[in-house]
Design a protein around this ligand. Structure first.
Ligand code: TRP
Ligand code: ZN
Length: 865
């Protein structure tokens, strides 16, 4: 019997330090696809020229390919000149310049990994980032090899729409009845941006006139049944195109821009040149089939992928260690777009909340890595919150340090200097250094060191002298075991306000902390100063500071920075939950209840209902687990429920009126102010449900709602608080009305998480539902992802861990990327108390004892030895 460890042993590690240029240029690539569900033939004809003397062999990548033939300059290459190991094919003794012809055969219908060419509901589509192109043909599957692609697609008449990157060159009917389309992309690109689509699709069209007056043909292709849900994405695309011209001076470059929605997709969307491919859940929206949150997500993702046309495509990554060069920058760009388009304060609060609850967790756990990683086993595992969200925060700090004008100059220089090239993060920062004359050497530690640095602040104020001293201390991240961590350059934005009046005592100041410890002083400070710190989260650090309740209350009441107000009340909630954990019978501080009542009455808050809704939402589990170490998820859950009840009772006279006055009337509008009002109305209704029966209101809301946001809220609140009959009835009605996959997923995830009915048995039932499909990542995320990440009660138990582990193993054989993501909650065992740890670890050991994909091995083995 083979040792199971040996089966999973020693996957190859790729290291940044070992980067070498590819020794050939590829002048052009001509691909011909003969599409067939089980036997697609791909012919590649490409021209090569050696650029590093002395090299005599050509190393290509290939995976799961059936090799039909390989020719060089028209001659068949003999097997004796080929060496195939793992995912690489070596061709020996190649000339200095030559034409390569490769024919491979692949089976799209057997491809459940959803990388390379696959079928989704009968539609051919591709996903090549990061290393999917090697599942199509033998090629140097690395982003620094750029070429001009021409793609000929041949298919049966059942697939009338045939798309690829660039411009349509020709289309014709062939003699045998099949159809053919030829596309050419004039911009050199790496193969990860290659895309192909073939299917029977409907299209919605529009156009956009660019800043230089060129007219761009815009198209969104979807399955026919979905054509009535594409308008919002198309409008979002036009807004994004306009914004990129206004804010970054970036114009679209091809004559056509296409988006295709597919139902089987591992991530949100993909920025293939001129042919973005989207998870259908990130495109399709209509008032009765998408919530407000979905509308906003769609707008942001459409913008994100569009923005990649410059930050990612025109200027691309030298290697995958530079992933954040495109992802961090593009997330920063899309978040600013959303802030400009909707509410800046709310967008920032949501982003900060996400960063702290999810990225900080990653940064403190077994898969922590720098924004520019040094090594990886499987690159798919590095599409992380650190690369995306922390990477965006680092770009944001660069803009904070430079100011908007210099930042724009730096971005112009970067795009201009590196257009058509594959570059590194150092080159991006170098452009910022060049326009500003600033030395970024210390700043680069944000890219190089893993973990979240900590900040401690000590203040003293002489009320007689008016002298205020503030001491800023930075501490290395907790995960930094050694002292090799060097101090960061931390931009700290702060302001001082008076505790009683809220008056600004010291206006907003940006302090650059570069040492481990620095003290700053302010003279003539009157009143009782309270510090508003890291305003707008000016740096992605953890603030380690026990702030007096009175100070936090003053910040929540008076501060003029939304993030700071929100952060202050979150801190109060955390302190209050801490009290309850110590003594579950202790009463909730009346001062906190009074604050909540005051905020609700505050006329300024009335103007920003979405901010108030954010302030009324209690901290997420991840944040609490982090504070109360080692965490007891069940105890924390009940403390949180207790606090929620106390707030509901304490502000009881406001909830109904808030619900009634805030809910917008008239036709549904997915725009910021209506979304903000609805979000506050729904928050209020959820609190109201904790103090009195709201069954009639829920039934009414469900029946008369003009949109899914309200109907979904009614169902969700009924599930947790209404009488069981109504709860079951609304669940059934919501499912009956779920005529799209997106609404089905809302139902599945609610059923998998709701506090009263989502037992493990129920979750298992959901995976057996007739509309559940193991091969569809959206279904898997809706049931199992929701269960593991949002159903504390059922998941944090021996049976819960087993259920997830079984699912991970089952999925790993079909779709390793999804299995490796789904297993993550188990890998966080070290945060929990001993009785939790042992049970989680035994499931991890069971997993590691099996034959696993390289994706899953890397994640699981990092979390357990
Ligand atoms: N580059 C894409 C984005 O963030 C995401 C992406 C990377 C992706 N790898 C993928 C999407 C694999 C689907 C499948 O915009
Ligand atoms: Zn991206």
């Amino acid at each position: 019997m083979i040792d199971s460890r040996a089966m999973n042993a020693a996957p190859n590690t790729t290291r940044l330090a070992e980067y070498e240029r590819f020794p050939y240029t590829v002048e052009s690539v001509d691909l011909t696809f003969d599409l067939h569900p089980s036997e697609t033939h791909v012919r590649q004809i490409s021209t090569w020229r050696k650029i590093i003397p002395g090299v005599t062999s050509l190393e290509l990548n290939g995976k799961d390919l059936k090799r039909i033939s390989i020719k060089i300059d028209g001659e068949l290459v003999d097997e004796s000149r080929l060496v195939e190991i793992d995912e690489s094919l070596l061709i020996r003794q190649v000339p200095d310049a030559f034409t390569l012809e490769v024919v491979t055969q692949i089976s799209p219908e057997a491809n459940t990994a959803l990388e390379g060419l696959y079928l989704s509901n009968g539609m051919f589509c591709t996903q090549c980032e990061a290393e999917g192109f090697r599942r199509i043909t033998y090629y140097p599957d690395r982003p620094d090899v750029m070429s001009i692609f021409t793609t000929r697609i041949i298919a049966d008449p059942g697939y009338p729409v045939l798309l690829s990157n660039g411009n349509l060159i020709s289309e014709n009917q062939m003699e045998d009845g099949r159809r053919e389309a030829v596309w050419q992309d004039p911009f050199p690109k790496p193969c990860y941006l290659f895309a192909l689509v073939g299917g029977d699709l409907a299209v919605e069209r529009d156009n956009f006139v660019t800043m230089s007056g060129r007219e761009i043909d815009l198209r969104i292709y979807v399955e026919k049944k979905d054509l009535n849900r594409v308008r919002y994405a198309l409008e979002s695309l036009k807004r994004a195109m306009k914004w990129d011209e206004n804010v970054y001076g970036r114009e679209y470059d091809l004559d056509i821009f296409m988006i295709v929605a597919v139902s089987h997709f591992n991530m949100g969307a993909m920025e293939n040149k001129g042919l973005n491919i989207f998870n259908s859940s990130c495109v399709l929206a209509s008032p009765d089939a998408a919530t407000d949150q979905a509308f906003q997500r769609i707008e942001a993702i459409v913008a994100h992928e569009y923005f990649h046309n410059w930050s990612g495509n025109r200027v691309t990554c030298r290697d995958w260690f530079q992933l954040s060069l495109k992802e961090g920058f593009t997330v920063f760009r899309d978040s600013e777009f959303s802030a400009d388009t909707n509410s800046r304060a709310v967008k920032r609060i949501q982003d900060v909340n996400f960063l702290r609850s999810a990225q900080f967790t990653e940064d403190a756990g077994p898969t922590a890595h720098p924004v520019q990683p040094l090594e990886y086993q499987e690159i798919s595992n590095f599409y992380t919150l650190t690369i995306y969200e922390k990477g965006a925060e680092v770009v944001r700090m660069i803009r904070t340090l430079l100011g908007p004008e210099l930042f724009r100059q730096g971005s112009d220089l970067y795009f201009d200097r590196y257009d058509g090239q594959a570059v590194t993060i150092q080159e991006f920062v170098g452009a910022m250094a060049d326009v500003s004359g600033r030395d970024f050497r210390q700043f680069m530690r944000w890219y190089e060191q893993p973990g979240t640095p900590r900040l401690r602040v000590y203040m003293s104020h002489g009320s007689a002298t008016g002298k205020l001293t503030i001491q800023f201390d930075q501490k290395a991240p907790v995960i930094a075991e050694t002292d090799s961590h060097e101090p960061y350059l931390i931009p700290i934005s702060y302001q001082l306000i008076d505790r009683e009046s809220g008056q600004i005592l010291v206006p907003e100041t940006l302090f650059e902390l570069s040492e481990m410890s620095t003290t700053v002083t302010h003279e003539n400070v009157t009143g009782v100063p309270v510090i508003s710190l890291l305003r707008g989260l000016s740096a992605p650090v953890r603030l380690e500071m026990t702030r007096p309740v009175a100070d936090l209350i003053a910040l929540a009441r008076f501060d003029d920075d939304g993030v700071s107000r929100w952060d202050a009340i979150q801190d109060l909630y955390i302190q209050s939950i801490g009290q309850l954990l110590k003594d579950p019978t202790s009463p909730v501080d009346q001062a906190l209840i009074d604050l909540v009542c005051e905020l609700i009455r505050d006329p300024q808050m009335e103007q920003d209902p979405a901010c108030l809704a954010e302030m009324l939402a209690l901290p997420q589990d991840n944040i609490l687990w982090d504070v109360f170490q080692p965490a007891d998820p069940q105890a924390i859950l009940s403390a949180r429920k207790h606090l929620r009840q106390a707030l509901a009772d304490g502000a009881s006279k406001y909830w109904k009126i808030l619900f009634e006055t805030m809910m917008p009337e008239g036709p549904y509008q997915p725009e910021a102010s209506a979304i903000g009002r609805r979000s506050l109305a729904v928050t209020a209704l959820a609190y109201l449900a904790k103090i009195e029966p709201v069954d009639t209101i829920l039934e009414d809301l469900f029946t008369n709602a003009s949109n899914l946001t309200e109907r979904f809220a009614a169902y969700r609140i009924a599930r947790s608080d209404a009488a069981p009959e109504l709860s079951d009835a609304l669940s059934q009605k919501f499912l009956d009305g779920a005529d799209t996959d997106e609404v089905l997923d809302l139902w599945l995830s609610t059923e998998a998480t709701n506090e009263r009915t989502a037992t493990i048995e129920r979750v298992r039932e959901l995976t057996e539902h007739e509309r559940f499909e193991w091969t569809n990542p959206n279904r898997v995320r809706a049931v199992l992802g929701a269960f593991a990440n949002r159903n504390v009660e059922a998941f944090y138990s021996a049976d819960g861990y087993r259920m997830l582990a079984d699912s991970v193993l089952k999925l790993d054989a079909m779709n390793p990327q999804i299995a490796a993501r789904l297993v993550m909650p188990l890998c966080q065992w070290a945060r929990f108390g001993p009785s939790y740890q042992d049970k989680i670890k035994s499931e991890l050991r069971r997993i590691i004892g099996r034959k696993l994909s390289k994706d899953l091995v890397e994640i699981v083995s990092k979390s357990i030895d």
